[in-house]
Ligand binder design. Structure first.
Ligand SMILES: Nc1ncnc2c1ncn2[C@@H]1O[C@H](COP(=O)(O)OP(=O)(O)OP(=O)(O)O)[C@@H](O)[C@H]1O
Ligand SMILES: [Mg+2]
Length: 265
């Protein structure tokens, strides 16, 4: 379990998120949603130990995150930051193998290489293995970076907008893979998504951030309502439910004035 106890985050004078209490369970995919600038990235950075906590505590499977535990703490984490650049003179396969960095000795083992190739194959991007990463498209780079974090076999997976550059097929592929592996390997997975329908489809638990605090936490069917979404984004929406009770969201456009009224305005 990952436990956040009374967590407050800030940068300089600015308080981003206050009084966050959460318990995230192994085998579950948690999706963070919330408007731009509400502290989603800052929360992931704090859980990775990159942004100091203003106050509060974080515990992962009984270990508390402190200055002393930080090096080992990070080893158990697969962290994929938002908008990563890859201006490296390395092939896609080499970048994926870097996911095993702590375990690499002077030479790569066959096992490391096989695991890296298997990760590329599982994501249907084995054909990119020998391509220099700086020649890949944005979406291809994002898939390669996801393969890299998979290779860490993390206890805790922190993914910041992992599908932001992906087409529909690759979004589904990445999310399916993440969901299945999270359940099978008992990872604690946390992903930031802006696509509310994708979040509704894949999240076991939604973490809703807004206005500097936790607005809601729970399964999408319990959490997602038109009132909540409107209060977060100030956009009118209808929330419908399919036969399984899974919510899906349709945005509504404000009615436009008739052309003659527009001319008069
Ligand atoms: N290094 C920094 N210095 C000053 N302010 C910062 C810094 N990093 C982030 N912020 C501010 O903290 C707030 C939260 O930023 P954060 O990146 O966590 O938001 P976010 O929820 O991930 O947004 P987005 O959906 O746009 O990615 C924003 O107002 C941002 O401008
Ligand atoms: Mg962000």
């Amino acid at each position: 379990m990952l436990e956040l106890r009374d967590l407050t985050l800030g940068i300089g004078e600015l308080t981003l998120v206050e009084g966050l209490n959460l318990q995230l369970r192994a085998g579950q995919l948690h999706v963070i949603i919330g408007p731009n600038g509400t502290g989603k990235t800052s929360l992931l950075r704090a859980l990775f130990g990159e942004l100091p906590l203003t106050c509060g505590e974080v515990h992962l499977r009984g270990t508390s995150m402190t200055r002393h535990t930080l090096p080992t703490w990070r080893q158990g984490i697969g962290y994929m930051p938002q908008n990563t650049q890859l201006d490296l003179d390395l092939s896609a396969l080499e970048v994926v193998v870097l996911g095993r960095l702590q375990r690499l000795s002077m030479r790569l083992s066959d096992d490391d290489l096989e695991a890296a190739l298997a990760a590329l194959q599982a994501l249907d991007i084995a054909h990119l293995a020998d391509r220099p990463v700086h020649t890949l498209s944005g979406g291809q780079r994002q898939m390669v970076l996801f393969a890299q974090v998979l290779l860490r076999q993390p206890q805790l997976m922190l993914l910041d907008e992992p599908v932001s550059a992906l087409d529909l097929k690759h979004q589904m592929q990445l999310m399916e893979h993440l969901k299945t592996q999270t359940a099978e390997q008992a990872w604690i997975s946390v992903a930031v998504l802006h696509d509310l329908n994708l979040a509704a489809q894949f999240a076991d638990q939604l973490i809703v951030l807004g206005d500097g605090r936790l607005q809601a936490f729970g399964p999408p069917a319990q959490v997602l309502s038109s009132e909540l979404i409107h209060s977060l984004y100030h956009v009118p929406v209808d929330v419908h439910h399919d036969l399984d009770g899974q919510p899906y969201i349709r945005t509504l456009r404000a009615p436009r004035p008739a052309p003659r009224e527009r001319l008069r305005a």
